[in-house]
Design a protein around this ligand. Structure first.
Ligand SMILES: *[C@@H]1O[C@H](CO)[C@@H](O)[C@H](O)[C@H]1NC(C)=O
Ligand SMILES: *[C@@H]1O[C@H](CO)[C@@H](O)[C@H](O)[C@H]1NC(C)=O
Ligand SMILES: *[C@@H]1O[C@H](CO)[C@@H](O)[C@H](O)[C@H]1NC(C)=O
Ligand SMILES: *[C@@H]1O[C@H](CO)[C@@H](O)[C@H](O)[C@H]1NC(C)=O
Length: 449
């Protein structure tokens, strides 16, 4: 499984809304490009760019082929390899401003949109007898949304193509078509795309969007039950029987399933809250372990589901999926690290790390923030805010912090006092500088291997 923790965070609104539309988001994201990585995080993104991820398109057939018509590889293009690659490399290319990567992702977008068929289908199943399953398109949608954020002139083309596809997908779902076990597991990814349209480009199609969301949920795996305390596995699973479809215990699916709860809340208004987060990068693993003690053919095979090569580094140990999907972690971590409140009065620093961002808040208040830190390799973060007008800045304090302190503008250290995980800092017009110190209790644990 591809491990992206500890950066998984799910936030839902605490306000219950009796209306039939979508509940409002609790925070709004900033467009791709508004946040840039600095310090060790910029270095790491450059390592990835100069490594396998940034060069895959030059040689790896699953993403490098230039023509899908007649192609029948399961992994190619939108079924699923190209789609994964696109989703990761769109933000990677923008964040490091790499002309080559940006032209590869543009070419990919153009190819896919130019080959949408009359029915609205997107993908290589056109004019073949291959069955049409929905899921492979979902990471492509995320990549296309990010391209629109970085280049708003693409909006009409992308939104038009999405709506053509959605009206086909809606009919398919009502006819029980387009679903297999991966589509049933990862339905929330499509819901999130539908919610992006609803929020920003509803085009009077709200009923179609909500109906499609409901169809996806009712035909998909029941994530709220999978995460329910009475069913959730808390130990080794090889001798347990999964009461739900077997893929719900696949690590990646579980991580993705966390998104299903807030995504569902927005259209059912039913509340459940989840708050949970070196090499030259020319190779990757299938199973990643913290403090890994071996990277070799493991015989006897200790992995209950995966082969003995699962923790070996390479181009393709086990499946190609991680080769094409691994690049999305760092760019997505960066581009989601800051949010704004729905009234756009406040900037919210969600994921801790070295970043800088600039945006214009409500009332034309242009603000910037830059965070100087080694975090998570150190406990201290120094943030410099510049603002035209006074505003409230929020920073997330992880729940494991013990005796955390904040020092504002060289004053005395004060205990942090987060509410719902966020500490408010009063930023004045001009420069505000604060230092967070976030210590943790040292805990001992046991490694099972
Ligand atoms: C990105 O690169 C292009 C071409 O090299 C350059 O014109 C542009 O200013 C760069 N953008 C940023 C934000 O650095
Ligand atoms: C599918 O086949 C029809 C009939 O041969 C052709 O007109 C159409 O262009 C083909 N579509 C694609 C996307 O290749
Ligand atoms: C809300 O979700 C909970 C947990 O999944 C479920 O038990 C309950 O039946 C749902 N309520 C409604 C009104 O759907
Ligand atoms: C937090 O403060 C208490 C009281 O001063 C102290 O006993 C404890 O060791 C501190 N914990 C950490 C992680 O610093």
């Amino acid at each position: 499984m591809l491990v992206l923790t500890p950066f998984v965070l799910v936030v839902v609104s605490a306000v219950t809304n009796a209306q039939s539309g979508l509940a409002p988001k609790k925070f709004l994201s900033l467009p791709l490009g508004a946040i840039t990585p600095t310090g060790w995080l910029h270095d790491q993104l450059m390592v990835q760019t100069n490594g396998l991820a940034g060069h895959e398109h030059e040689f790896y057939d699953y993403v490098a082929q230039t023509d899908w018509v007649g192609g029948d590889s399961y992994y190619s293009y939108l079924e699923e390899a190209g789609s994964y690659w696109f989703n990761g490399m769109v933000p990677n290319g923008v964040l490091v401003n790499d002309t080559t990567i940006k032209s590869q992702t543009q070419q990919f977008l153009d190819y896919v949109l130019d080959h949408q068929d009359e029915t609205g289908w997107l993908g290589p199943e056109v004019n073949t007898t291959k069955p049409r399953y929905l899921w492979g398109r979902y990471p492509f949608f995320f990549g296309a949304i990010q391209m629109v954020e970085a280049d708003p002139s693409l909006t009409d083309r992308v939104v038009t193509a999405f709506y053509k596809f959605i009206s086909l997908a809606n009919t398919m779902l009502h006819n029980g078509e387009g679903l297999e076990e991966w589509a049933e597991t990862r339905w929330e990814d499509f819901v999130i795309t539908l919610q992006w349209l609803y929020d920003l480009h509803p085009n009077s199609q709200e009923d179609l969007l909500i109906d499609t969301m409901k169809m996806l949920k009712w035909t998909g795996d029941p994530w709220e039950s999978v995460f329910d305390e009475q069913y959730f596995p808390t130990g080794p699973v090889e001798d347990l029987e999964n009461p739900f479809p077997v893929l719900t215990w696949h690590g990646v699916n579980m991580a993705e399933g966390l998104k299903a709860l807030p995504a569902t809340y927005r259209f059912t208004h039913n509340q459940s809250v989840g708050d949970q987060i070196v090499t030259d990068m020319w190779s990757r693993q299938y199973l990643q372990e913290q403090n890994q003690i071996a990277a070799q053919n493991m015989t006897p095979n200790p992995f209950p589901e995966d082969g003995p090569y699962s923790n070996v580094f390479g181009l393709e140990p086990n499946y190609p999926c991680c080769t094409v999907n691994h690049p999305q972690g760092w760019p997505k971590f960066i581009s989601n690290s800051f949010l704004t409140t729905p009234d756009q009065e406040s900037l919210v620093h969600l994921y801790l790390g070295p970043f800088s961002t600039q945006t214009t808040l409500a009332g034309g208040n242009t603000v910037s923030a830059s965070v100087d830190t080694l975090y998570p390799f150190g406990d201290t973060l120094t943030t410099t805010i510049m603002a035209e007008k006074a505003f409230t800045y929020y920073v997330r304090i992880p729940s494991w912090v013990t005796n955390g302190t904040i020092t504002v503008n060289g004053g005395s250290a004060q205990p942090v006092s987060p509410q719902n995980g966020l500490h408010a800092v009063k930023a004045s017009a001009g420069i505000t500088k604060f230092i967070l110190n976030l210590p943790a209790e040292i805990m001992t644990g046991k490694c099972i291997f």
